[in-house]
Each structure stands twice: as C-alpha cells, then as structure tokens.
Design a protein around this ligand. Sequence first.
Ligand SMILES: *Cc1c(COP(=O)(O)O)cnc(C)c1O
Length: 399
Amino acid sequence: MAAIGAEEEALVLDVLRRKEPFRYYGFDPARPPPMAAQLEKEFREYIGVDFALAVSSGTAALEVAMAAAGIGPGDEVIITAWSWVSCFTSVVRVGARPVLAEIDDSMNIDPAEIGRKATPRTRAVMVVHYQGAAADMQKIRHEAHSRGIFVIEDCAQSMGTRYRGRQIGSWGDIATFSFQANKVATAGEGGVVVTRDPRLYERAVRFHDLGNYRPYHAAIVPSAEPAFSGGQYRMSELTAAVALAQLRKVDMIRAHCRRLQARIEPRLAGLKGLSLRTIHDSDGQFGFEVYFFLHDAALVGAFRSKLDALNVNCVQRTGTYPQYNRDYVKTGRAHTPSASPFRDFKEWPAPGYRAEDFPRTEDLTHRFVAIPIGWLYTEADADYIAESILAVHRECLGG
Ligand SMILES: *Cc1c(COP(=O)(O)O)cnc(C)c1O
C-alpha cells in the first residue's frame, strides 16, 4: 500500500499544532494556513500547468471540471464503456448525458470513437488514463478539438504518468486527479483539478466553494466571471498535508514500480497465445501493473486461478467493469426521474448502453490478466511473479 511515513506525520502534526484545519483562514487573517496552498503550488509545477485547485475527491474533481466548462442538461460527454463508476455518475450529476465509447487494446479510448460518437450536442470527451498508462493524447486532442469538443483528462489512476515527455494532465483543456486510498499517492480521500485556462480556473474555484471567489484565488487570477451557485468540495488542511507529502514521493514510487515491471514484462514478450497491453508511450508509463491479454478467453479463468494458487495476486482489484453492466446504467435513473439524462428514451437500456453494442470492449475485458506491482514489492517478488507467469503459461498453453 501507500508509502506513508515520517514525512506525512510531520506535515499533519504541523497542521494540528497550529490548530488551523481550514484552508482559507486560521488565527491570523494576514497569514492563511499553508498546506492546501503549498499542495496547489507544487502540483501545478509538477504537472507543468498554470493552475491547480485542491478538492475533496477525484469524483468531485470531475464534477468541478465539467461545471467549469459549463457542461449541463442537454449536453453529451463521451466516456469509455470501460471505466470507473465516477466517470459515468459525475456526468449524470451535472445533468449531462454520458455517451459510451469502445476501448482499444491499450484499455484507453480508441481516438476514432470520438468521431463515431460525436453529435451536435457533444461538449466534451472524458479521457481516462487507465492504470498507469497514458491514452493517445495527440490523436485524441486532434479528433476532439477539430470538432470543437472539449478534452477532460481523468488522471485519477495515473498521477505521475508521462506522455511524449510531458505529464498527463497537461494535454487536455482541464484535468482531474485523485488522492483516494487505491491511487498512486493517497490521503485517504482528495482530488485536484488542473488547467492552463484562467477562466476555467475561476469557474472551478467558484463551483467547488459555494460560488465564492476568495482573495486567495483573486491574487492568482483576478475575477472576470459573474458569481453562480456552487457546491462544497473544498479540501481540508489535514488532507492537504498528507497529499503534499505523498505528491513529493510520486516519482520515487514510479521509479520503483518501473524497475520491477522491467524485470517481468520482457520475459513475457513473444509468448505464444499472449500479448502485452498496448502502451502508447512506454517510457512514460507508471508501471504499477503487468497487464496482458490471452488470445483465448476460455483460458483466462484457469490462468488467473493458477496464478492465484501460486500466491500471485491477479484478482481484479480496481472494481472496474463495463458501465453497461452496472446497476445505475441498467436502471438509467438519477436521484429523481426528471434529473435523469435518459428520461426521454422510450426503451431502456437503449442502443449504446448494452453489452452487445460494445464488441471490442466485451472481447478485451474477457481476455485480460492484470498483476499489480506495489511500493512494498521487492525485486525477488518481481522475479517470482515472472517465473510464476511462465510456469502457468506452460501449463495452460504448453509453453
Ligand atoms: C478513483 C477514480 C476516480 C474517482 O476518484 P475518487 O477520489 O475515488 O472520487 C475517478 N476516475 C477514475 C478513473 C478513478 O480510477
């Protein structure tokens, strides 16, 4: 799990000893508390963008990003059929309609899907950088921007991943990150929104803080937007303290995971009946997972349980499964009928929201095996994982 230690303790203690847990003011009006402000400063420098806003979760970050872009009822947002719960639900929560697209064998959106799924109502594509490997941002940006479609990067799973030499989160119009417990760096909960656009920044700030635009933010960008009602998605100083200490460790964690991944994957290349996940930029990936496909879906169950019997963890940890199989898609409901973006469909699930509409996603997601690599894994663990995969491959596929 997470590399939590003395650095996190020291920053949390600092918040507690100053007795200033709220980010916007403490005892001295001339000296606001430092943690969330410092997290935002180091985050925008790390990603290479102009603005970063700390928020309460990665899901909140997605809602804030869409609200900043003015996305709401009547709008459509393209997401992949294979992605985390929040990608779908956050679109519904702002009142827009999620439109599902196929993944390709990178497990990220196939850029050609943007053209195939776009309608006059399409406002944005939400691009997930799935499990430590960047989506093909150059193609995606071209497909989207040439149609006037806004690009939201959901970097929740892949903080610190690069694409063509630049951090993910610096390629789209706005991007979101998560510090939830299962992510690369964690504060238990937490999120960040980043952008280069001062107008999106002001709107994100307002939406995350009850419509407010406080002096702290006005000193970064003077206000140019009228006030509007917002929600409350602020980050506390305590969360920011842990997130800041964790952010400073991301590259160290990444180097560790990559070193271990590099001991395993070359040994799998060229094995009969097995292909590694396509990685659009292998130098840029995070490396916290060895991810491959068996060509024969019928062998996957046995392959996984044999690995499991050797104590190699390959159960699906992330809880990701296709959106069209999830309960909230099957019902098509929001918290009240009139808030559902699917309320006008005569039949539900309508085409575009059923497994049979996604043959590629169905095929790929029935054939993968994913093995996590973590901060606590050693080189010996990596070698054992490689030996075990080779042994199970010999058993299942005859070597
Ligand atoms: C985890 C995750 C989120 C949501 O982050 P939370 O901090 O858990 O709200 C959003 N998108 C993806 C792809 C995720 O993996």
